[in-house]
Design a protein around this ligand. Sequence first.
Ligand code: NAD
Length: 361
Amino acid sequence: METVAIAGAGTMGSAISALFANAGYEVVLYDISRDALERAKSRNLKEHVVELEKAGLKKRERLENIVYTADLSDLSGCDLLLETIREDLSLKIDFFRKIAGVCKDALLATNTSSYMPSEISSGAGVNVFLFHFSNPPIEMPLVEISGEGDPSKLVEYAKSIGKKPVVLKKQCRGAVLNRMLCALGVSLGYSLKFASPYEIDASVKLFGFKYGVFEIFDRIGLDVSLDVLRSLEEAYQRFSSDFVKETLIQFVEAGKLGKKSGEGFYKWIGEELIAENVENYVDVTILLATIVNEAFRIIEDGIADKATVNEVWKLATLSPGVFDLADALGYENLFKALRRAFEETGIEVFKPAKSFASIDF
Ligand code: NAD
């Protein structure tokens, strides 16, 4: 049986270790923090087994075939190494530099949300692919794959753990999902001026969203969201907006990191969030328009075609695809909402993409 090493035992790494162990791989889960390893072990013994069951993926009663370690040399001999450590480019490069001497024959991959695998590869002097899960990683079927070379082995790995892999035509910062999520985040900051997170979440659910959009950010982790936003605004000037950044900074400084700390936009008790009753539904056209607008830009940049971008949103959120939403709301309606928001705020994320603006409505 092949051995899979996961480096980073936080929200993503711990659940991904459960997915591989459940599929019968020998799994080594590594972290520099012994506390993180202890927490991962306890989640793998309890909630991850329940999540695998709910997702219809459970093959094993217990996930006993996981080795938890803070010793890098325990990763030697693995066939696949997936890095899921903190979203910091120099940390990731440093990690892959160290691992190059330990995992000499392994296929190397990263779960980075906002860097190109080629940036990590060139910094570390090894070839690293993107193998990017969506959160919650057990429930959501998506794995985005990109990088230099043949991705077929990674496609096989993803399928073998019950996921639906999507191979991108080209690399870019944020791949497909996180570019759309980041655009959404900027738009959420703007929408908070008019409505509460609870009203907005209840309103997007009317369009078939499984989880509210603030709930999605709470699940991702507000610290991780802030790291990703900071990184992607460096790559795409249109994501620079104080609206959302200030809100995230306030939460993170107060230790409110979302689901993992028990409080973010919502209060959480384990898996359950405590939502206020909502009496008003609000107009969320601009939020959905912003996601669709970024989807147009992703296609313009040659990262993926329209069907793939649509599928990525669907598989990452278990909601209708981004262009299915556009069909339901009407492209002209979305375009007008963007133009209004752009005229009012001057925020570039609302500026209609060229291929959107060229549609003859
Ligand atoms: P997290 O903060 O929950 O966990 C990160 C873990 O990395 C921590 O346990 C920390 O101790 C460990 N770590 C830090 N430096 C390390 C090092 N040098 N060596 C080994 N371990 C180290 O973060 P997360 O949410 O699990 O995210 C991990 C990665 O996955 C990030 O790159 C993130 O962008 C990406 N990602 C996150 C999500 C999400 O929704 N949270 C989704 C997709 C991808």
